[in-house]
Structures are given as structure tokens and as C-alpha cells.
Ligand binder design. Structure first.
Ligand code: GDP
Ligand code: MG
Length: 179
């Protein structure tokens, strides 16, 4: 049944190194599940979820890399038309943090909307062996004009907020939120 309140579909991407928890964050957000046995290779291509932010209803089409990021074979069509991106690193993996610049370069090369909103997510904060401080995450986000949040797909912390704040910013940005 058509819902007349649904105005806009937003394309949201989740990118970042393999194993940082992209698919887990997506499944936590859309299905409220977490499977610790999930192999890093198993991915989701695409999930749809409706979200209401500040009275605006948005239909989110959230694209996952589905393991392709390991082979550096994400195609331009993956990036095309996206209004928002969630760039994920693992706070327990300095190397995943060090790859953020490369991901931003890729995004810059392929995204068609250069004013798209970027959210940096430091995932796996439930784990003790942290290698990246919150301050380092915040510093990187500020430098690149990104929103920032630390999260855990395992405990749920920060997950809903990450998506909501991203969508809120998209809604506030003329040209991205078109009906
Ligand atoms: P992707 O390759 O970026 O999609 O990463 P996955 O979502 O497949 O997650 C990789 C591994 O990290 C899996 O074993 C997950 O169970 C685990 N994982 C993901 N998010 C978290 C988290 O927030 N905390 C913990 N402790 N493990 C996580
Ligand atoms: Mg995955």
C-alpha cells in the first residue's frame, strides 16, 4: 500500500575497510540483530528502512559493499547519486583508521553529488583493546567536515544516532533533500 507521507528516497552508502563492521552496523540498524559468527565475507547488498527525523519521513536505501571492498572493485554505480555516506573504521584497528584518507579519495573520485553528507563512525567501542582514541576520530572528522560518532554494532550504542544525524543533516541541506 502506498504511503503518501513518504516523500523522498535517500541513497546512503556504507564504506570502509573489510572487517570494520559495516554489515553489522547495517543489520543492527535495519533488523536490530547482531551475529558475532558472521564471516567478514558475508555481506548484504542493499537494505531499505523508513526513518522519521524532525517530522520528515525518509525512505533510506542503504548500500553495503558486500565484501567487494576487499578487492577494491566498487564501481562508480555504487557511488552514483548518493546523498549520504557512512565511513567506518574499527577503533581497535589503527590500520583501518589509516585507510580513511584512501576511502575519502575514492568517494571524491566517484560520487556525483559533491555536497553529500559524510558521517565518520568509529565502531567496536565495546572492545577493550582500543588503538584509536576518540580525539583522533574527532580530529579527522573535523578536518574533513564530517559528522562523527563512536558506536558498537554489538551493544547498539550510537548506531541509531549515526543514521539519524546523517539524515537530519541531509534534510537540512538544500539540493540534497528534494521532493
Ligand atoms: P564488514 O566487513 O565491514 O562488513 O564487517 P562485518 O560486519 O562483517 O564484521 C566483521 C566482524 O566484526 C564480524 O565478526 C562481526 O561480528 C564483528 N563486529 C562487527 N561490529 C562489531 C562491534 O561493534 N563489536 C564487536 N565486538 N564486534 C563487531
Ligand atoms: Mg560486510
Amino acid at each position: 500500500m502506498a504511503d503518501p507521507d513518504i516523500l523522498t528516497t535517500l541513497k546512503i552508502l556504507i564504506i570502509g575497510e573489510s572487517g570494520v563492521g559495516k554489515s553489522s552496523l547495517l543489520l543492527r540498524f535495519t533488523d536490530d540483530t547482531f551475529d558475532p559468527e558472521q564471516a567478514a565475507t558475508i555481506g548484504v547488498d542493499f537494505k531499505v528502512k523508513t526513518l522519521t527525523v524532525d517530522g520528515n519521513k525518509a525512505k533510506l536505501a542503504i548500500w553495503d559493499t558486500a565484501g567487494q571492498e576487499r578487492f577494491r572493485t566498487l564501481t562508480p554505480s555504487y557511488y552514483r547519486g548518493a546523498q549520504g555516506v557512512i565511513l567506518v573504521y574499527d577503533v581497535c584497528s589503527k590500520s583501518s583508521f589509516n585507510k580513511l584518507d584512501a576511502w575519502l579519495n575514492e568517494l571524491e573520485t566517484f560520487s556525483t553529488k559533491h555536497d553529500l553528507i559524510k558521517m565518520l563512525v568509529g565502531n567496536k567501542i565495546d572492545q577493550a583493546k582500543r588503538e584509536v582514541t576518540k580525539e583522533d576520530g574527532l580530529k579527522f572528522a573535523r578536518k574533513h567536515q564530517m559528522l562523527f560518532i563512536e558506536a558498537s554494532a554489538k551493544t547498539k550504542e550510537g548506531v541509531q544516532c549515526a543514521f539519524e544525524e546523517l539524515v537530519e543533516k541531509i534534510i537540512q541541506t538544500p539540493g540534497l533533500w528534494e521532493t
